[in-house]
Design a binder for this molecule. Structure first.
Ligand SMILES: [Zn+2]
Length: 186
């Protein structure tokens, strides 16, 4: 979502839509889990955290973005780089999860799995297993870990400039005098 903030804003383009597209791109590598759910062996290039977590995927996505971005009136190379970064961020964040199997960043050159030396992110349960107490625990921890990033991503782009607003006299009277002005008839 934060990367989507670098897409040039346009009056006819909603930032929420741009954020949704980039969030989808960031989740793209985990589509490999669908293959695992359908019976593919969960190891090697076709397994979870296999080929889709290689840097070849962001390169392909960036190439596609460069090809189609002019149709959407988007700057070609800037959009390509941002889309590639969004997809690549997934693999690098997976490489920062504790207790994970690592990610084959350089596949198909090598299937060596890479891990970051600093791995503070808890490993989330996959698929429907995410809807569990463990999944909720991981989501809570990640919310705290990524809160600054989330805050930056959601910070209003065009904050309204303060205007000299003056409340009408009636509202002032109501604020100051909160007690009812009428008295019950004796
Ligand atoms: Zn992943």
């Amino acid at each position: 979502m934060l990367i989507s903030r670098a897409v040039p804003p346009r009056p006819d383009r909603r930032i929420a839509g741009t954020m949704a597209v980039f969030s989808g791109l960031a989740l793209l590598p985990d589509l490999d889990y669908l293959g695992v759910m359908m019976g593919l062996v969960d190891s090697g290039p076709c397994g979870h955290r296999g080929a889709t977590h290689s840097l070849i995927v962001p390169l392909l996505v960036a190439s596609l973005a460069a090809a189609i971005s002019p149709r959407f009136n988007l700057p070609r190379w800037r959009t390509a780089v941002l889309c590639g970064l969004a997809v690549a961020s997934h693999a690098f964040l997976d490489a920062m999860t504790v207790g994970s199997r690592g990610v084959p960043l350089l596949w198909p050159l090598t299937f060596a799995r890479f891990e970051m030396p600093w791995r503070p992110i808890p490993n989330a349960p996959c698929g429907l297993h995410y809807l569990s107490a463990q999944g909720l625990r991981v989501a809570t921890i990640e919310l705290f870990q990524f809160f600054p990033v989330l805050l930056l991503a959601l910070w209003p782009r065009n904050r309204p400039t303060p205007t000299a607003t003056s409340r009408p006299p009636e509202s002032r009277i109501r604020t100051v005098g909160s007690r009812p002005m009428t008295h019950p008839a004796a």
